[in-house]
Design a protein around this ligand. Structure first.
Ligand code: CMC
Length: 437
């Protein structure tokens, strides 16, 4: 299905047009097909009379509406394919560091070793965050949700970098794309430390990006913590898998808010807020809470009865785009066992496997083409590594920052883009007088 769009998309799918006949007027119109799409604006020319403003395409939840042309990430949901800048996720994960992936997303090509080293040094120089941020953090109760704190800290960075408002300047954009990527793990670690009533741990540019993150979370003076190489590698793989995922809810929020020329930190705070919800990046947290509730494999059939009857959702299952196994879930499942070699097995994996097996055999899931998504197994790894469940959506946001930032930049470079402003179909009251007393 997507083959043509994929291989010929950038070059231009062989033309063609659709012919439509307006049965109200008998008028016919020809709408050109470009890259397998029609321009919704072409429908405006189809009018029933001079007062008519033209046909609008109605698409709640954007199920079949492309809002942009993008050259960053490709997904084929039927075949379970995910590629960054053309490279298959299976070949990138485990072989390329997250920071090199961030470079790839930004520049379109993998870095040379010299570029990679220079980029790591540039990001390393930006890992620290300005002084007032820990004071903002102190204002939160330790039991506040880490994602709420993360969103607030991001917005706070916007106040501390007012120069980032110059969003039409490419050099300013590039500087803040880098700073967003670098600051994300530092802010995330700060929210964890606040939850534990601990002071933040200063970033260390001499460590790799994932090792520095783990050290900012679990390390610090006198902790005796040393990053285990296998966990550093697992964290890097998880970061790579979460880096970008084209026009999902949070990326659309980043683009939508950014289209008003808000500063990138405010846009990233909006994107993080979109990610927070349990239907999106908050699903990793929801999966763990669900597994806790199920408690044992014995309770799986009863839980599945509830799902079948529509009372519950099996969190970590289903996807708007993937109608086959999410390729990220496959890699994460394998990574879980590598992590367990170090941490010991998280027994919740057995409940998850029983749920997956039951779901893959159930008509309910087969008919609706529901498979495990990225969030089904990731929380089990995070928990085994010692992260609290509330931090899971924040762990998703850290690497997704690169995708958000690059998509934001692409939107601002795109001369066709304008402030995002969908239409509505108004079906409310017609004009009527206000009743007098
Ligand atoms: N458990 C049970 N039934 C489901 C599930 C599920 N997880 N997901 C979808 N369905 C059913 C849904 O009830 C509907 O059934 P019916 O046709 O009888 O009304 C049908 O499948 C289609 O579902 P939908 O809600 O119309 O699909 P959508 O594309 O709007 O939603 C989704 C996609 C991811 C929000 C949804 O599958 C879901 O809620 N999954 C659980 C939450 C989750 O794991 N989210 C993480 C997504 S991947 C990470 C990321 O966000 O990037």
């Amino acid at each position: 299905m997507s083959d043509n769009r994929e291989t010929e998309g950038a070059a231009g799918l062989a033309g063609g047009a659709i012919q439509v006949k307006d049965t109200r007027t008998g008028a016919e119109a020809e709408i050109p097909i470009e890259h397998g799409a029609i321009r919704a604006a072409a429908l405006l020319g189809i009018r029933s009379g001079p007062e008519d403003e033209g046909i609008v395409s109605y698409d709640p939840a954007f199920k079949n509406t492309a809002n942009c042309i993008s050259r960053i990430t490709y997904i084929d949901g039927d075949r379970g394919i995910l590629r960054y800048r053309g490279y298959p996720i299976e070949e990138l994960a485990g072989n390329t560091s997250y920071l090199d992936i961030a470079w790839l997303l930004i520049h379109g090509e993998l870095p040379t070793s010299a570029e990679s080293a220079a980029w790591a040094a540039e990001v390393g120089a930006e890992l620290g965050v300005p002084d007032p941020l820990p004071r903002i953090l102190d204002g939160f109760n330790p039991d506040g949700h880490p994602m709420a704190m993360f969103i607030a800290l991001l917005a706070g960075l916007g106040a501390l970098h007012p120069e980032s408002k110059q969003v039409t300047d490419p050099a300013t954009r590039a500087a803040h794309v880098r700073r967003l990527i670098a600051a994300a793990p530092t802010l995330a670690a700060m929210t964890y430390r606040r939850g534990k009533g601990l002071d933040p741990v200063a970033p260390r540019a001499d460590l790799s990006f994932p090792a520095n993150f783990l050290n900012m979370v679990f390390g610090g003076e006198g902790s005796g913590y040393e990053v285990h190489p296998a966990l550093e590698q697992a964290m890097d793989v998880l970061f790579v898998l979460h880096a970008d995922h084209e026009q999902n809810c949070s990326t659309s929020a980043m683009r939508g808010v950014g289209s008003s020329h808000a500063d990138p930190y405010s846009s990233a705070a909006a994107a993080s807020a979109a990610l927070y919800g349990p239907l999106h990046g908050g699903a990793n947290e929801a999966v763990l809470r669900m597994l806790d509730e199920i408690g044992t494999r014995r309770n799986v059939p009863a839980f599945m009865d509830e799902v079948r009857s529509g009372k519950r959702r099996l969190m970590g299952f289903g996807h708007r785009v993937y109608k086959s196994y999410d390729p990220r879930a496959r890699i994460i499942k394998k990574t879980a066992y590598e992590v367990f070699e170090v941490t010991g097995k998280n027994p919740k994996i057995d409940i998850a496997l029983a749920l997956e097996q039951a779901a893959l055999e159930e008509d309910y899931f087969i008919q609706r083409r529901l498979y495990p998504n990225v969030d089904f197994y990731s929380g089990i790894i995070y928990e085994a590594m010692g992260f609290p469940v509330g931090l899971f959506p924040v762990l998703f946001a850290v690497p997704r920052m690169s995708g958000w930032a690059v998509q934001w930049n692409e939107m601002l470079e795109d001369r066709e883009q304008k402030i995002a402003r969908p239409k509505q179909l108004y079906l409310g009251q017609p004009k009527r007088p206000v009743p007098t007393a």
